[in-house]
Design a protein around this ligand. Sequence first.
Ligand SMILES: [Zn+2]
Ligand SMILES: [Zn+2]
Length: 251
Amino acid sequence: MKVFRADLHIHTVLSPCGDLEMSPRNIVEEAARKKLDLIGITDHNSTRQAEVVRQLAHQRGIAVLTGAEVTTREEVHCLAFLPDEERRLLFQHFLDEQLPVIPNSEGRFGYQALVDASDNILELEERLLITGLRAGIGEVEQEVHRLGGLFIPAHIDRSVNSIFSQLGFIPPGLHFEALEITRFVSEESARQRFGIAEAVTLTASSDAHYPQDIGAACSLFYMHDLSFAEIRLALLGRDGRKVMPQPKENR
Ligand SMILES: [Zn+2]
Ligand SMILES: [Zn+2]
């Protein structure tokens, strides 16, 4: 069994709130500097920037989970990761269908730029990405799992856009591989506050919008390799594999 350092919640320049410095190149450089083995690219309601990051990171020996931070109809933020490029594109199609067409106001929300591996802007996403999808949390979860993906409700300890702030509880029948905590809470206090059993895996991630925040919180994955199958088994705590959240700024 090996130990891998992972930060599974990173925004790029495609997120309106993501800093313009969050280009694929800068993200990979910073992840390498922070000695991360695995990162997750999670722009709001779009997976479009993730594949370029994956290709760049591959050259540096860093694995990338490609996905998105989905805003459900209930305004709950959930991380979704797809197992391969084919299914990422299928999930992107689902997002495109479910995203209401509201134009982005760049002055108010910021730029949503899609860039290539050399930081050239390819296009500006015109639809506001931070709005809620038409699909509810259950529908999003089912679509992610139908495509063989991973579903992780995000920053559960946050007072906005978390499953507990929006719904007050975890809906019965909702399937998820883990729940994510921020760098501002310890694992113990999160479990106590929300009544989360030891059997449920918690991940800690940075939710970085600026390069310096990458790796500000991370999770240690105990598993055999960096394949999608191993990552899933680690999240599920199977056969000795496990995930240990490392939120750094415990309060
Ligand atoms: Zn969020
Ligand atoms: Zn986020």
